[in-house]
Design a binder for this molecule. Structure first.
Ligand code: GLV
Ligand code: MN
Ligand code: MN
Length: 384
């Protein structure tokens, strides 16, 4: 049996960039290397490995998809220069935990594809496909930044919904906590805030930076800049979160007024009504500003994920077997949230001392990760 630090050290260099963060995009070389590692871990435990035609990878103790199986696991993919714990911690912990679960129990370990939406834009793509929440042909047509489609990367049109999901006894995803609310080594999730991504295309008139009079410009960068500030203000007023962390500019020249600025709004709030109001107000203000700038704005929702309330009796049961572990909500999205509409689902969080995540600075201590493995083993034994 390996210790947490031994197993963690095996994957730590895979896909690590000079920033210290990770470039582990779905179905690219580092993620494929991690999948090979997954297969090897399954093999040393005599587990059966299957793929579901959607890019998700599974290891099974017992028959694949046997009714009553408890599924655990998480994802390998990262955001650009993200931390190493977000996702892989749930998979490494699953393999270590299963070593401590009685051998006759039916357990599955999943590595879901494209959880971050870092390559193809839609988060939790694998679990959405698995549960029928996204049309396989729409998923197949999603493009990465080089124009490669998900279908091309997968080598097929995804196969879509797997009906056996509903026969699982429970799903439990272990994940690093992504805030500072958790003060004990391990906690249990209660809910995920509703959240979504909106692509905003600001179109103006490209022109010369030196010769175009200020009064004659139709500069989409101004409308964009105003919109970023408006999003920040509306989120603060609503008690929600709004972020513009990705932007494209055309032609992206120092001495040219841009013709197009494309930005992605990530917005989240504690309830759907607040989220809708917040996004509507940002779009209203941005559209009004575009009118004044002589630019135009097109908004495309790329993914919207409803509020998730995890199974209350299951969360209470986990908290109880873990000596009254605290129960807390999160603003981060997870495959467990997508699965929760189909099977009793819960999450375990491992303490993150700084709360930083989606950044190279993301960290959890080995001692807390070991506590997470132990908690997951206790929970899997209790539920299976
Ligand atoms: C996933 O990590 C998300 O919440 O964006
Ligand atoms: Mn993440
Ligand atoms: Mn994650």
């Amino acid at each position: 049996m390996s210790s947490f630090s031994e197993l963690w050290a095996e994957i730590a260099p895979i896909g690590r960039a000079d920033s210290g963060g990770y470039l582990r995009f779905a179905l690219t070389e580092p993620e494929l290397t991690l999948r090979d590692w997954f297969r090897a871990q399954a093999s040393v435990r005599d587990m059966t490995v299957t793929e579901d035609g959607n890019g998700n990878l599974f290891a099974w103790r017992g028959e694949p998809w046997a009714p009553g199986t408890v599924l655990t696991g998480s994802h390998f993919d990262s955001v650009p220069h993200g931390g190493g714990y977000d996702g892989p911690l749930g998979i490494v912990s699953a393999f270590l935990a299963i070593d401590a679960v009685p051998h006759d129990r039916k357990i599955g370990i999943a590595a879901f594809v494209e959880e971050e939406g870092g390559r193809f834009g839609v988060p939790c793509l694998g679990s959405r496909l698995l549960t029928g929440a996204i049309d396989p042909s729409r998923a197949a047509a999603l493009k990465d930044r080089d124009g490669i489609t998900f279908g091309e990367a997968l080598g097929a049109i995804p196969s879509g919904q797997i009906v056996q999901v509903g026969q699982l006894r429970a799903v439990v995803e272990l994940h690093i906590e992504q805030g500072i609310a958790l003060e004990t080594p391990v906690g249990v999730a209660s809910a995920i805030w509703p959240h979504g991504r909106w692509r905003m295309d600001f179109t103006g008139v490209g022109d010369h930076a030196g010769t175009t009079r200020m009064a004659d410009r139709h500069d989409p960068m101004l409308t964009f800049a105003f919109t970023v500030l408006a999003a920040n203000k509306e989120a603060r007023l609503a008690g929600g979160h709004a972020t513009v962390g990705r932007v494209q500019v055309e032609p992206n020249a120092t001495n040219a007024i841009p013709s197009l600025v494309r930005g992605w709004l990530d917005a989240r709030a504690a309830d759907t009504a607040t989220l809708d109001r917040m996004v509507d107000e940002v779009v209203r203000k941005a559209t009004e500003r575009a009118g004044r700038d002589g630019t135009s704005l097109a908004v495309t929702p790329e993914s919207v994920t409803p509020e998730v309330a995890f199974d209350v009796p299951l969360a209470d049961r986990l908290s109880k077997v873990l000596n009254d572990a605290p129960i807390l909500p999160t603003g981060a999205g997870h495959d467990a949230g997508v699965l929760s509409g189909h099977v009793p689902t819960a999450m375990l969080f491992v303490r993150n001392p700084t709360g930083v995540s989606h950044s190279p600075a993301e960290h959890a201590s080995d001692a807390d990760c070991e506590a997470g493995v132990e908690a997951l083993a206790t929970v899997l034994t209790d539920l299976s």
